[in-house]
Design a protein around this ligand. Structure first.
Ligand code: NAD
Length: 272
């Protein structure tokens, strides 16, 4: 399938749908990412903390580099200017890359108060051509404001928990004003209850699609970047087969009524 891209605030094009590898053990990662590449995914989302960058690296080795969009993330214990420069070198080495497409600060970890130093390191790496685009993850408006005020550089992306049970409307408005792309983590709400919700399954039946496909379509039509994860080949294929149908206004409204402000993951203001 032809995967649409969204243009980031520095002119770089990012695939709007990619493959996430959180919780995939290193030993299974090469096989899983290989299956995703075969299914047509070109964007892969990993992180130092996932412990599987080397497995991703083995899967993408030999694949035409310019066709790939690889994201990894700086872990909390590596925050700070010098620490970040070192952590970056370790990640790209494990991935087997000489440049990275997108590097994100994984969490603001405000209690450490070191994310501004990390952001300055990311700016340096971007200016040196080692990273095509730099961004953040799990940043709240106050954290975004701080790095922008202190450096004048606006992140290209903020990757945050976002699914129909946690729609992040206010944060999405902040992103729109600042020119930051919204990337949704756990876009399927990690499976489970969201995918059996009657509002979702009704829309799925109407279109002859699965609940996961409806949820992904909802994200795409809102303008979010999505990175669904699965290790099951049939689901890997299902999750990328979302460009042959369109939700109408009533479908989008039905999904939008499910917002409960319910987080699966930690509260970014109080994590690490
Ligand atoms: P997800 O919402 O992608 O859900 C994945 C789970 O949903 C699978 O394990 C499976 O149980 C189920 N599933 C997937 N496809 C399905 C299908 N077609 N039908 C039925 N069930 C299906 O959850 P996730 O893995 O937490 O999030 C996706 C990616 O987001 C991660 O792999 C990671 O790359 C990223 N992420 C980032 C952060 C962060 O802090 N930045 C946190 C969590 C996840």
């Amino acid at each position: 399938p032809e995967i649409p891209t969204i243009r980031l605030n520095n002119g770089v094009d990012m695939p709007q749908l990619g493959y996430g590898v959180f919780q995939i053990p290193e030993a299974e990662t090469t096989e899983a990412v290989t299956a995703a590449l075969q299914a047509g995914y070109r964007s892969i989302d990993t992180a130092a903390a996932y412990g599987n960058e080397e497995g991703v690296g083995k899967a993408i080795a030999g694949f035409p580099r310019e066709q790939l969009f690889i994201t990894t993330k700086l872990w909390n214990s590596d925050q700070g200017y010098d620490e970040t420069l070192r952590a970056f070198e370790k990640s790209v080495s494990l991935l087997g890359l000489d440049y990275l497409d997108l590097y994100l600060i994984h969490w603001p970890a405000p209690a450490q108060d070191r994310y501004v130093g990390s952001w300055k390191a990311l700016i340096r790496l971007a200016d040196e051509g080692r990273i095509s685009a730099i961004g953040v993850s799990n940043f709240q408006p106050a954290h975004l404001e701080r790095i922008i005020n202190e450096t004048g550089r606006v992140p290209a992306v903020n990757q945050v928990e976002l699914h129909p049970f946690l729609q992040q409307s206010e944060l999405r408005e902040v992103h729109a004003k600042l020119g930051i792309a919204t990337e949704a983590w756990s876009p399927l709400g990690q499976g489970g209850e969201l995918l059996t919700n009657p509002a979702i399954t009704a829309v799925a039946e109407k279109h002859g699609r699965t609940a996961a496909q409806v949820v992904l379509r909802w994200h795409l039509q809102l303008g979010n970047v999505v990175i669904p994860k699965s290790v099951t080949p049939s689901r890997i294929a299902e999750n990328i087969d979302v460009f042959g149908f369109v939700l109408d206004e009533s479908d989008l409204t039905a999904v939008s009524t499910l917002d409960m402000g319910h987080r699966i993951g930690p509260d970014p203001d109080h994590f690490a």
